[in-house]
Design a protein around this ligand. Structure first.
Ligand code: SF4
Ligand code: SF4
Length: 320
């Protein structure tokens, strides 16, 4: 199959992924997404542009580094903190702070930071480069495993995602495409022959509420789900259960009804995703505010009731 070695923006590639589709997988995380979900677990994936990340735990202190990052910053955005005890008990060290108002994401400081405490969230790559990396993992793909192209929204870099899928399909690798559904229908039609399973979120059935929670309405997402299903695509639908935001009985029932209205053979699985807090630390690394500070994960009993309700519609459903 012909493909083009186009460039793309990614922010990570992770092996041994067990939550990104069937079996053991390697996941390619693309950068850039048209949605802004309040509970987003990967804020580093949202913007298409590269940006500065800072992991204080890795900072060695300015004395050891001879002020390298402070001096490298043309904007004066990096300053030294008050001295603190080093974790290894070797004495006082001065870690740094980044003034996000001044930072222009030029990334010059990342070039001098030997410990990678300062790092670029995102990098340029090509279809061939990603292929060469992920193909090394083929021996680990068990129980229907393979490659998942995720994000961000991989369809926002359509040429890159399409050509990567084509390149991988030449090796008959099982491909999952993790998508918000917020992309032109014709793009889904074009990529469909190269995708074995679409991991597809249905976040809220009310369009105005969907816009409040994610920044975009839901009509395109719902119509694309139907389009993919009617064109013979396979869907693993994922439903986030976020207390007070998506967990009303009316919304979850409407979601189950929608899933049940799709061609039955297309909906392989409905996964119910309980809200969790694991992405919060990532917001700090980017200097962003996490908005759902008052939301707690739902109880297991609540999730089991939701599961029962989805199963009552005859849907193959499970808790994530
Ligand atoms: S951020 Fe990096 S370069 Fe700056 S003091 Fe810490 S380890 Fe050194
Ligand atoms: S990325 Fe920000 S903090 Fe780093 S050198 Fe550029 S302006 Fe300064």
């Amino acid at each position: 199959m012909e493909y083009r070695n186009v460039t793309g923006h990614i922010y990570d590639i992770q092996g041994y992924a067990v939550h990104d589709g069937p079996g053991i997988r390697t996941t390619v995380y693309t950068k850039g997404c048209p949605l802004r979900c309040l509970w987003c677990h990967s804020p580093e994936s949202q913007r298409h542009e590269f940006e500065l990340g800072y992991l204080p735990i890795k900072c060695l202190g300015t004395e050891l580094c001879k002020n390298a990052c402070v001096d490298a910053c043309p904007e004066g955005a990096i300053s030294k903190n008050e001295p603190v005890q080093a974790l290894d008990g070797s004495g006082l060290i001065q870690k740094i702070s980044v003034d996000r108002e001044k930072c222009t994401s030029c990334l010059k400081c990342t070039a001098v930071c030997i410990s990678k405490a300062l790092y670029s969230a995102g990098r340029d790559t090509t279809v061939d480069e990603v292929y060469e990396r992920v193909i090394k993992d083929v021996g680990f793909f068990r129980n229907g495993g393979g490659i998942t192209i995720s994000g961000g929204e991989a369809m926002a870099q359509f040429e890159f995602t399409l050509n990567l899928a084509k390149r991988l399909k030449n090796d008959e690798i099982h491909i999952c495409l993790d998508t918000t559904g917020f992309a032109p229908a014709e793009h889904y039609g074009e990529i469909l022959p190269f995708v074995d399973l679409f991991l597809y979120d249905i976040k809220h059935m009310d369009s105005a509420m969907h816009r409040r929670l994610t920044g975009v309405p839901n009509e395109l997402i719902l119509s694309n789900a139907r389009y993919i299903a009617e064109q013979g695509g396979a869907l693993q639908i994922r439903v986030p259960v976020i207390p007070k935001l998506t967990d009303s009985d009316a919304n979850l029932r409407a979601t189950a009804e929608f899933c049940a209205s799709l061609p039955r053979e297309a909906v392989k699985l409905v996964q119910l995703l309980p809200y969790h807090k694991s992405g919060r630390m990532k917001y700090e690394r980017l200097g962003w505010k996490y908005k759902l500070t008052n939301v707690e994960p739902p109880d297991e009993a609540v999730m089991l009731k939701v599961l029962e309700m989805f199963q009552s519609y005859g849907l193959n459903s499970q808790l994530h």
